[in-house]
Design a protein around this ligand. Structure first.
Ligand code: ZN
Ligand code: ZN
Length: 216
């Protein structure tokens, strides 16, 4: 099991990196990305620390840990620049916090994120056809999430991805220990969003491919 979207105390998560990585290991995951909420004021605070945590605790706890960031509530015009800055600082996985139904994320965020150098558009809400098409063209993964609230649009996201051939990944968006869902639960949420078994298997492959690319 691989999960590429998690939070620590470097944003609004409950755990320090060492404990999150330890708990992910005990939960039986093989690889993870820590993607704390970042904006232009704190990328340089968060990312170098996650790079350090990944290096220090990944091997020790037996988990492949990728340092990342979730670009969050950044004005759409600034997203591309923030993604570039995140890469420069060492983010191996760049997520952008999409237009979830449960927060006032600025309209235009999905489109700007999909045009930027990101890997995953998280919880994209009522993603438009043009956005789904752009995700497919750019090879950006769209997210099916097990997180409450954000998951309200999972069915729509699954449908749009299928229609336009965009890639999907399933993530837990963990903020605390209770959010580290089991492989069975992740699968059930994906099937609950309308994915077939085969489509869910493809999600797992998409996550594995992102890990492989990040490690190169
Ligand atoms: Zn988010
Ligand atoms: Zn998140």
């Amino acid at each position: 099991m691989i999960d590429l979207h998690m939070h620590t105390i470097f944003s609004d998560g409950e755990l320090i990196p060492a404990e999150l990585i330890r708990r992910v290991s005990v939960a039986g995951y093989q690889a993870m990305a820590i993607t704390d909420h970042g904006d232009l004021s704190n990328l340089d605070f968060i990312i170098p620390r996650l790079v350090e945590a990944a290096r220090t605790y990944g091997d020790a706890w037996g988990v492949t840990v990728l340092p990342g960031i979730e670009l969050t509530h950044i004005p759409p015009a600034q997203i591309a620049g923030a993604a570039t800055r995140a890469r420069e600082l060492g983010a191996a996985i760049v997520v952008c916090h999409g237009e979830t139904l449960v927060e006032p994320v600025a309209p235009g965020t999905n489109a700007a994120a999909l045009a930027a150098d990101i890997d995953i558009l998280s919880h994209p809400g009522l993603l438009s056809e043009a956005e789904a098409k752009l995700a497919a063209e750019r090879g950006v993964c769209l997210e099916i999430t097990t997180r409450k609230g954000h998951s309200l649009a999972n069915g729509h996201v699954a449908q749009m991805a299928r229609k336009f051939g965009a890639k999907l990944v399933v993530n837990n968006d963990a903020h605390g220990p209770g959010d580290l869902v089991s492989p069975a639960m992740a699968r059930n949420v994906a099937l609950g969003a309308g994915l077939s078994e085969q489509e869910y298997e493809q999600c797992l492959k998409n996550s594995a491919a992102l890990v492989e690319k990040a490690l190169k």
